[in-house]
Structure formats: structure tokens, C-alpha cells
Design a protein. Structure first.
Length: 118
């Protein structure tokens, strides 16, 4: 079966998609001890063939090398953890969330979401 090649305008990445990609990439880069140079596009691996033009990964890596402000993500995670403590989902060791690393904040926020999912 032949793959359909979509017009470039249908494959454009939105600003929101780019933002989420950057946030997730930075999260995993931090968690796994990787640098932006370690982030590869699927067309950068050997023996790969695709009709997808992909992004210019040098631009993506340059973007990932820029300072990143996680304050809004961290603030949302802190709020979720405080809500979990107040609601009894988490216990008192989680009351000093201002000292948590970004990874700790995200991990505990995800745990809270999982525990309260209906």
C-alpha cells in the first residue's frame, strides 16, 4: 500500500504542539541526564524512510538549549500536591513542596492525578 503524501500545510506543527514537545523533551532530558544534542528526529536514524519532511532538528535542538522557565508547570504541580495534602491523598511529608525539584513536583502531581482519577 502506497503512503499518501499530505500537503505541507496539513503537517504544520502548532505553537501548542511545539510547546508540549519542548516541555516533554526537557522533562525527559533532565530525568535521563541527556542534552539537546541527544534529541534526534526519526529521519536522523540509519535506514529510516519516511514521507514526513520532519522538523529541522538543528532548530529544535537550538530551541531546547535555550533557558526554559518551568514556573507555570511547577506552580500547577505544587497546587495539585497541596490539594492532595489538604484532601488527605498525601500525608504531611509533602507539605514543603517549595523545595521539590521539577521532577519531584511532576512525579507527585502525576501520582495525585492517578489516585484521584475516576
Amino acid at each position: 500500500m502506497q503512503q499518501q503524501v499530505l500537503p505541507k500545510r496539513l503537517m504544520a506543527v502548532t505553537a501548542e504542539q511545539e510547546k508540549v514537545f519542548d516541555e516533554r523533551s526537557r522533562y525527559w532530558m533532565e530525568r535521563l541526564g541527556l542534552n539537546a544534542k541527544d534529541v534526534k528526529g526519526h529521519n536522523e536514524f540509519p535506514n529510516q524512510s519516511t514521507n514526513c519532511p520532519g522538523d529541522n532538528m538543528n532548530n529544535v535542538r537550538a530551541r531546547l538549549n535555550k533557558p526554559f522557565t518551568t514556573s507555570s508547570v511547577e506552580d500547577k504541580a505544587r497546587d495539585l500536591i497541596r490539594k492532595a495534602v489538604k484532601g488527605g491523598v498525601f500525608t504531611s511529608p509533602h507539605t514543603d513542596v517549595d523545595k521539590y525539584t521539577t521532577i519531584q513536583l511532576l512525579e507527585y502531581a502525576l501520582i495525585y492525578i492517578e489516585r484521584t482519577r475516576k
